[in-house]
Every structure is written in C-alpha cells, then in structure tokens.
Design a protein around this ligand. Structure first.
Ligand code: AKG
Ligand code: FE2
Length: 239
C-alpha cells in the first residue's frame, strides 16, 4: 500500500486497493490528540464522558467523541484529509461520526471482537450498510508499547463484491490478506466495502474511527449532527 501523498498515482492505487496508509504530521495538535487518546485508553476521562459497552469486550466513549477534544477534528484538517478525500479518494463525503473504542482481550486470548466483514455488502440481493459505501480512517495508537496486529484487510475486495456470501467469503485466503499493526504515527484510510477483521487483542488496545459518508446516507447519522457541523466549519476554514 502506498502513502496518501502524490495525487495521480495515489488516486489510481487507492481505487484499486481500497485502502492506504497515511502518516500524521508531528504538530502541537498531534501531541494534544495523543494526550487525550491516552487519557481515554487509561480510562481517566474528563468529566461528562463515560465508556459504555456496545460490542463484547469493548467500550465506546460517550456521549460524543468529537466533543472530548478539539484536536480530534483539527488533526484531520491539519493533515489535509478533506482534500485527500476529494482528490485522491475522489469522493464527496462528510464526517458523519467519530467513535473511540477500547478493546480488551477475550479470555481465550485469540478471539477477535469483530471478525471478517464488509461494512457495506449485498447478500441475497439485500444491500446492508451505506451505498455508495463510505470511507473510514482508523488510527490505532500503541502509546509506545509493543506493537500488535490490530486489523487485517483484503486490498481490492471492495471491487470484488459477490452477492453469494459463500463465494464472497472464499476471497478470505492468507495470500490475499494484509495485516496492519498499531502505530503511533500511521493511520489507515479505507473504503468500507473492503473485507476487514480486527486482530485478537493480545493487550487492551484503542482505536479512533472516523466515518465519512456520502450526502445521500447522512440522514442515518442525524444523532451526530454536531460532528457534521464541525466538519463543515473546518472545510470552510481550511479550504
Ligand atoms: O474496531 C476496529 O478495529 C474495526 C471496527 C470496524 O470494523 C467497524 O467499525 O466496522
Ligand atoms: Fe468494519
């Protein structure tokens, strides 16, 4: 996978792979961002925020991640994500939701909390998830700890979408899989139609998930309008 820097070649690669690794600029905003994420990881939260279980062995920041720290949205603009989405991903999408989640090890030490899936898929002629599929940026900081495999993806699977679930899942073969480790500097940008699976959390780990959605599906996130407003403000401010 190539980095998200040079437009033309990167746009082509991004279309074909459906995913790309980017590197955060080392700035004051980045330092603030990491400090707040570390607080959440340590479960030492600012008042007014809680961690609530949504999926087994995980807890999500509530009520709204974007309200926790302004750096959570500022970092996107500082890293030119709004223009990368427009010029490299070639998608007119907006930030619809931010999730911050701690994931804990399962007692067996090997189960992953979210196995292979596409966020958007069509099985039995029944589309599930957003269409067109949106995009996610996920950042898995490791806070200087030993790295571990946090996510596996199948590059290109977003354009190899079978309506028969068995045929679709047959693409999940070792030779097609790329494993991604947590990192304090890199983030992953991907089309949510891509096959992906979280790794078994050997240690507790954290992710911040930015969800970018096409206009036609934004009404699915009407409870997150504050996040969308902040995104729109940033797009005007940073241009
Ligand atoms: O938590 C993760 O690492 C991935 C989450 C995911 O796949 C999703 O939210 O659809
Ligand atoms: Fe997913």
């Amino acid at each position: 996978m190539k980095s998200v820097d040079n437009t033309q070649q990167t746009a082509r690669d991004f279309y074909l792979n459906g995913c790309s690794i980017g590197t955060w600029k080392q700035t004051e905003t980045y330092n603030k961002f990491m400090k707040s994420l570390k607080q959440i990881y340590s479960e030492n939260l600012k008042s007014g925020f809680t961690l609530e279980q949504k999926y087994a062995y995980s807890k999500d920041l509530r009520p709204y991640a974007w309200e926790y720290d302004s750096s959570f949205i500022d970092i996107l603009f500082e890293n030119n994500i709004h223009n990368i989405l427009k010029k490299v991903v070639s998608a007119n999408v907006s930030l619809s939701h931010i999730q911050i989640r701690n994931v804990y090890s399962f007692p067996d030490g090997k189960t992953s909390y979210m196995e292979w899936h596409r966020d958007s898929h069509i099985y039995n002629n029944n589309p599930a998830g957003n269409f067109p599929p949106g995009y996610k940026i996920i950042f898995y900081p490791r806070f200087g700890e030993e790295k571990e495999n946090v996510l596996s993806v199948i590059p290109g699977s977003h354009i190899k979408l079978f309506k028969n679930k068995k045929n679709d899942f047959a693409q999940i073969k070792p030779e097609n899989i790329i494993s991604i480790d947590n990192s304090d500097s890199n983030f992953l940008l991907f089309n949510v139609g891509l096959f992906h699976s979280t790794g078994p959390a050997k240690n507790k780990n954290l992710r911040i998930i930015y969800n970018f959605t096409h206009e036609c599906a934004l009404n699915n996130y009407s409870d997150q309008v504050g996040c969308l407003e902040r995104w729109k403000e940033g797009c005007i401010k940073y241009g």
